[in-house]
Design a protein around this ligand. Structure first.
Ligand code: GTP
Ligand code: MG
Length: 428
């Protein structure tokens, strides 16, 4: 396209405009997918062999070098069959802008600028969602992952591996100059992982590695749900990964730019391990085979129970003769609404945390709260109707009838809220 553009006469204003728009086209940013973090099944028409994501935050000092080195490697080995996708979280040092300015020089380069979502793992997944490759990979943008081993990784993929991990803990691997403390923390984290999730962490020697590639078919259709930095755990834990290969590498020292690792990453890591433990356990497998989210339903039930206590406490505080002694109906309406508010907060932060993490804006939260209120209100009406029907027509025991009514209303509340309030919409 750029060669054609050169043929145009730059003195002609119209043609010049067309020329500029062609340049713009070659330079346009990738759109940012929203909604769930699911990996699409199909590659589009122009499928490629490899899509390599380079997540960046404040890497303006490194971005040019890494693009140049990777392009040289791939142009020599798999020309035209790869793409490099820089996913930058709107770095204040304008990494994305610098990357974008390199696009005309490196036609295999694509750039995504994320403005409303943050974090290394989700950046990688958003990149994969827009990728065209049959093999999906990731490499740090700070040159700490030596690019030259990538061809060995690709070789291993071609020999039928589903996943190839660049590992610091196999032959040829290591860390160049980590402090004792960082080595200790890294090994400690791995040990903890082996205790909590042996079937996942035990499959790779370096589960903390951020340098790997995976066959798209092993993760297609899977919704990844990472916390923090360790996306490889998600891929091994939730994907359908068979053969795994490893290639040794030495984690180099950063020469330019600053590390983004903080204590929060260690806390996130533990949170991530626990979440994976719960969501890949037997209960979750059973619930998948039943087509009903049992774990979520149990959490919803626990939250509902907490609402009963809140309701009771507020009712006591407002209406008891020894406290405020307000009229009973007025007190009950307030107590009910406070309990609904309590339940909403816990459901948003816990029961449906994965969904609300994708829809954080205040307007979206408020919408969910209004829907939750309306659905709970309808649930109350349903509760009363079922109680009357069962008591008058089926079983003349008011307590058993009430239990049945509560069960029906709870399932209604759960199911309709799942489908309406905490719904994941897939919008491009
Ligand atoms: N898009 C995006 N990229 C990130 C984010 N945090 C880190 N990165 C990038 O992810 C890669 C790894 O991050 P680093 O801070 O270097 O972490 P590390 O290599 O494990 O640790 P160091 O040895 O201290 O550098 C780098 O390319 C970062 O620029 C983020 O929140 N969003
Ligand atoms: Mg780094």
């Amino acid at each position: 396209m750029r060669n054609d553009a050169k043929l145009l006469n730059p003195n002609d204003q119209n043609l010049n405009n067309i020329y500029m728009s062609m340049i713009d086209n070659t330079n346009s940013l990738l759109s940012v997918p929203t909604g769930s973090l699911a990996i699409p099944q199909d590659t589009c028409k122009t499928a490629l062999l490899l899509s390599l994501i380079i997540p960046t935050y404040q890497e303006s000092e490194n971005i040019q070098s890494i693009i140049k080195i990777l392009t040289q490697i791939f142009d020599d080995s798999i020309p035209g069959e790869y793409e490099l996708i820089v996913v930058d979280d709107d770095s204040p040092d304008d990494t994305w802008k610098l990357a974008q300015s390199l696009m005309p020089k490196y036609p295999q380069l694509q750039v995504m600028r994320r403005q409303s979502e943050r974090g290394l793992s989700s950046a990688v997944i958003r990149g994969w969602q827009m990728a065209r490759g049959d093999i999906l990979g990731v490499i740090d943008g700070d040159l700490q992952h030596p690019p030259h081993i990538i061809l060995r990784m690709l070789e291993a993929m071609k020999k039928n591996a589903d996943l190839v991990v660049a590992s610091r803990h196999v032959d040829g691997g290591g860390v160049s100059s980590w402090s004792f403390m960082r080595r200790f923390l890294s090994r400690g984290a791995q040990l903890l992982g082996l205790i909590i999730l042996p079937e996942i962490l035990g499959r790779v020697s370096d589960p903390m590695s951020g340098y790997f590639m995976v066959r798209r078919s092993c993760v297609a259709g899977t919704t990844l749900n990472p916390v923090g930095y360790k996306i490889l755990l998600e891929v091994v834990g939730r994907g359908n990964v068979g053969k795994i290969a490893e290639v040794g590498y030495v984690f180099c020292e950063r020469k330019q730019g600053a590390s983004k690792v903080t204590w929060k990453q260690y806390v996130d890591y533990i949170h991530h391990l626990l979440r994976l433990r719960l969501s890949t356990g037997r209960l979750e497998k059973f619930s998948q085979s039943m087509g009903f989210p049992i774990g979520r339903f149990l959490r919803f039930g626990v939250v509902g129970l907490s609402g009963v206590f809140v309701d009771m406490a507020v009712l006591y505080f407002l209406s008891d003769p020894t406290t405020l002694a307000l009229p009973l109906t007025r007190s009950k309406i307030i107590a009910g609404e406070v309990a609904i508010f309590n339940n909403f907060l816990w459901n948003d932060a816990w029961t449906f945390a994965d969904v609300s993490a994708q829809q954080r804006a205040w307007k979206q939260r408020f919408k969910r709260f209004v829907k939750f209120n309306l659905i709970c209100l309808a649930g109350l009406v349903l509760n009363v109707v079922v109680l009357n029907v069962v008591f008058n027509l089926i079983l003349a025991n008011r307590y058993i009838a009430n239990l049945i009514a509560i069960a029906v209303a709870t399932i209604w509340n759960f199911w309709v809220n799942l489908k309406l309030s905490w719904r994941v919409t897939q919008v491009k």
